[in-house]
Design a protein around this ligand. Structure first.
Ligand code: IMP
Length: 434
């Protein structure tokens, strides 16, 4: 199980891509096409938003679980691009019949609400994710199985469009949407989505029963989780490890290993608390070196320093036993690297993450400056070849978080990776036990 330990964009896509070699199934369990996983293979760039990164391995089955919200048009666009690039999707990509569908009125309501006076601006990806989850929890959503049932689809669209047009007009003065046009477009999409649809909970549980191992691919990150993140500046699903159980239909007892992915520093897109944010020149330098621009929206990411209290919190919520540190090479130029080792509120050290955004504003970060390495680590594949200061940086992170470091990413390509032997052995043992 792979989870983002920070605010998303930790580089999970590349890590899932590297590790998927050892797994026969990869499953997404939350979020939608708000996620953007950039994977570079032999210099060729793929941005996957909905389809799990396992799809890039021909012998791997990829599953979009029931916890995901699926925009059928975005899905088909991605599938088309993958086919064009020669990636196999037919017969190895599966969509849950219980996943909820994003429809155009979700986007309409979200865009209008984000800009409405008096509303807290979240800085969402404007993909209709939140309103689709609202409808799911409000028990008025449309599931993929219903999308394929054209009679039901027509009725659903007619009712929902009438209701959403009224709400959007009354609250936000939005232009109405046309139900007939929407039905025609989505009925056509349904036909193309149908071959991918099945009961993915059965598929996954059958795979487990026959001794196969599954890699769960988290989207977003712990601090964007609807319950455990920096609410309300979060996404609308359970991005933490617990979400994998609900979002796929496997039992909690079948999860053997949780791997948290963290950058060697920190970033966040959108609004909300970010205690270690560096708004100065060094932050800007990291943005440039790390190419920190949103994969989905192209927005510049906010940048800052590694936040150990946050990583400890994320380790507690997810049950992380291994950490993967990505983008180590982005810090190569620095003479010293500040790391936040503790939070202080009103002069007192606190180990709890505040439950309110206003609580974060009162946080004073306690920094420790570690020596930089001022040597290129780009593309290094052997731990012992890392400069001493870089190894000490990583050891410090492991000691302070209580997690073991299993893997280090030193560049964007699949091969720019250091894999620790004990991590590989542990994954193989876990896979055998599955
Ligand atoms: P939403 O998921 O579009 O509703 O956006 C809610 C918040 O989550 C915003 O701050 C987004 O920028 C952030 N967000 C959503 N998906 C991702 C992601 O994949 N990476 C980083 N941030 C994300």
């Amino acid at each position: 199980m792979i989870v983002g330990a920070q605010w998303g964009d930790e580089g999970k896509g590349k890590i899932v891509d590297v590790l998927s070699e050892n797994f026969s199934v990869v499953a997404r369990y939350a979020g939608g096409h708000n996620a953007g996983h950039t994977v570079i293979i032999n210099g060729k760039k793929f941005i996957l938003q909905l389809v799990p990164c396992g799809v890039l391995r021909a012998n791997c089955r990829s599953v979009i679980g029931n916890g995901v919200v699926l925009d059928p048009l975005a899905f088909l666009k991605e599938v088309g691009a993958l086919r064009e690039a020669g990636v196999k999707v037919d017969g190895n990509l599966f969509v849950s019949n219980r996943a909820h569908v994003i429809l155009p009125y979700h986007r309409m309501i979200e865009l209008a609400a984000e800009n409405a006076p008096g509303r807290v601006k979240i800085g969402t990806t404007s993909r209709g994710i939140g309103p689709a989850y609202e409808d799911k929890m409000g028990r008025r959503g449309l599931r993929v199985a219903d999308l394929l049932d054209l009679k039901l689809l027509r009725k659903h669209i007619e009712n929902a469009v009438r209701e959403k047009n009224m709400i959007a007009h009354a609250l936000f003065n939005s232009e109405p949407l046309d139900a007939d046009k929407m039905y025609a477009e989505y009925a056509q999409a349904a036909e193309k989505v149908a071959p991918f649809v099945c009961d993915t909970a059965v598929l996954l549980n059958d795979a487990l029963k026959s001794g196969e191992s599954i890699l769960f691919e988290g989207a977003q990150g712990t601090m964007l989780d609807i319950d455990h993140g920096t609410y309300p500046f979060v996404t609308s699903s359970s991005a933490t490890s617990g979400g994998a159980v609900i979002g796929t239909g496997i039992a909690p007892t079948s999860i053997t290993t949780v791997i948290g992915i963290t950058k060697a520093y920190c970033t966040r897109v959108g609004e909300g608390p970010f205690p270690t944010e560096d708004k100065g020149d060094t932050g800007e330098n990291i943005r440039k070196r790390g190419n920190e621009y949103g994969a989905v929206t192209g927005r510049p990411r906010r940048t800052g320093w590694l936040d150990l209290p946050l990583l400890r919190y994320s380790g507690m919520i997810n049950g992380t036993s291994w950490l993967v540190v990505t983008k180590l090479d982005v810090l190569d130029d620095l003479a010293e690297v500040p790391v936040c080792v503790a939070y202080r509120i009103d002069g007192k050290t606190t180990v709890e993450a505040p439950a309110q955004a206003s609580g974060y504003e009162r946080i004073e970060c306690v920094y420790q400056k570690l020596p930089g390495w001022k040597t290129s680590t780009q593309g290094v594949t052997d731990y012992e070849e890392l400069p001493k200061a870089a190894r000490e940086y990583l050891s410090f992170v492991a000691k302070e978080t209580g997690a073991k470091i299993g893997m280090i990413s030193t560049g964007p390509d699949r091969d720019h990776t250091i894999l620790m032997d004990r991590f590989v052995t542990s994954l193989k043992t876990a896979a055998q036990k599955a």
